[in-house]
Design a protein around this ligand. Structure first.
Ligand code: GBH
Length: 445
């Protein structure tokens, strides 16, 4: 009631790209329609105890059936771009063979709907929904999955490349590899460090092979990038052991991905540390050249930073989100500046940033979510500060357009600018959505 937070007035380039983001499994539902087969998340959701409340993406936001209304919502926010992912098992059931025309048709309609409203489609090929058949053949720890991913990328660009210029291969390969194959808290729920490191390598190889196929098959220039959840690790103090621990965390979370992608080599300190644990990269001749394809942009997903000391992670006395993640916007500034310094020449886009909070249900057509607005406000200031310090950051996507299936957390954690009442599928703009729209509008005034 009476909530006001002034739209932000930021010093950013006039062509700064404003967007909102989602992913296929988190919003689409319709998991058995029009020829779609199961992904590892459909399977994982059925493992007792894997997902809070035993929830699944079976219906999610029912976006598959409500796509035009959802695109109208996006248009109402006045953003430039919509970042969404394609469902591999919808487009290529089973993960190999020909495309499924009914699956592709959905994305055809989505792209056309976006373009008709002047919204740039920003496609992610893989946001964690591996076809189950490929997992049954070994999943990302198996080299063949990288080849299958490149084939899938080609099917997608052949169908949509005439209208879509911005292509992201993978979302957060760290999550796929570590949460999926080492910690077992994401699909497919495996627990093996060796498999996890093999998955890292094959995800990166898949990225590189797909990047080549996207460029070759599009028939005209496309912009190809990758989105990472790089780690911003801050040493707890200046003791050498703390500095070394933070450097190692940065190695596992940032350099293990960006060094091969940008420089064509894995970081020696990280590889040596893994060797000492008897964990090895399944590297073949030529792989690093395949991985180090030119990147047109780097997507950065930022939610929090991490303080690491000699004895491990340190909890700070900072406000937290409903995910229990520490709120530290300054980390975003420092992280973008650092990426710009260590990986120069790479345009940066914040492809996800946002927060879940416990908040009231809609009342009077509104949702009071002042903490989300404050979170976004602080992080957008942090982006502008990074830009002022020389980071080549060109855009920002709020996570997420609407409340959705938050992976192992199910539906209880809400990241949306738009509230979703799951029983009725009614969408209600939160105050943060109105604030974001006003901020986007102000930036163009
Ligand atoms: C993203 O993952 C996903 O791309 C998106 O699908 C998802 O909905 C969204 O974020 C929100 O979760 O060590 O406890 O301090 C983000 C995954 C979040 C993994 C931060 C590492 C570290 C938090 N990352 N997390 S903690």
């Amino acid at each position: 009631e009476g909530f006001r937070m002034e739209p932000l007035d930021l010093t950013l380039p006039r062509d700064f790209l404003w967007g909102v983001a989602t992913s296929a499994y988190q919003i689409e539902g319709a998991v058995s329609e029009d020829g779609r087969t199961a992904s590892i998340w459909d399977t994982f959701c059925r493992v007792p105890g894997a997902v809070a409340g035993g929830e699944t993406g079976d219906t999610a936001c029912d976006h598959y059936h409500r796509m035009p209304q959802d695109v109208a919502l996006i248009a109402g926010l006045g953003v430039d771009a919509y970042r969404f992912s394609l469902s591999w098992p919808r487009i290529q059931p089973g993960g190999k063979g020909p495309a499924n025309p009914r699956g592709l048709a959905f994305y055809d309609r989505l792209v056309d709907e976006l373009l008709a409203k002047g919204i740039r489609p920003w496609i992610t090929l893989y946001h964690w929904d591996l076809p189950q058949e490929l997992e049954d053949n070994g999943g990302w720890p198996a080299r063949d999955t990288a080849e299958r991913f490149a084939d899938y990328a080609e099917l997608c660009v052949r169908q949509l490349g005439d209208r879509v210029r911005w292509w992201t291969t993978l979302n957060e390969p760290w999550c796929s590899a570590v949460l999926g194959y080492e910690l077992g808290i994401h699909a497919p729920g495996r627990n093996d460090r060796g498999d996890s490191l093999a998955a890292v390598h094959h995800l990166l190889l898949g990225h590189g092979l797909a990047a080549q196929r996207l460029r070759a098959a599009a028939g005209h220039p496309v912009q190809v990038g990758i989105t990472l959840n790089t780690t911003h690790a801050i040493p707890a103090d200046d003791r050498p052991a703390s500095v070394a621990a933070a450097h190692h965390a940065d190695g596992l979370g940032t350099r293990l991905y960006l060094d091969p992608l940008v420089h064509g080599r894995y970081p020696a300190d990280v590889v040596d540390a893994l060797h000492r644990e008897n964990v090895h990269l399944p590297l073949h001749d030529g792989d690093l050249a395949d991985i180090a394809q030119p990147l047109d942009f780097l997507g950065v997903n930022y939610y929090t930073s991490h303080v690491v000391g000699a004895d491990g992670p340190v909890r700070r006395d900072l406000p937290r989100t409903a995910m229990d993640w520490e709120i530290h916007p300054e980390g975003l500034t420092d992280h973008l500046v650092r990426l710009g310094r260590d990986y120069p020449g790479l345009p940066l886009y914040v492809t996800e940033n946002g927060a879940a909070f416990d908040e009231p249900a809609p009342s009077g057509g509104e949702v009071a979510d002042p903490r989300r607005t404050a979170y976004l406000d602080a992080h957008l200031r942090a982006v502008a500060a990074a830009h002022a310090q020389g980071a080549d950051v060109r855009g920002y996507f709020a996570w997420s357009l609407m409340d959705n299936f938050e992976w192992a957390e199910g539906y209880a954690k809400r990241f949306g600018l738009v509230h979703v009442d799951y029983p009725t599928q009614r969408r209600t703009l939160k105050q943060s959505a109105r604030w974001y729209a006003a901020t986007v509008a102000r930036s163009r005034a």
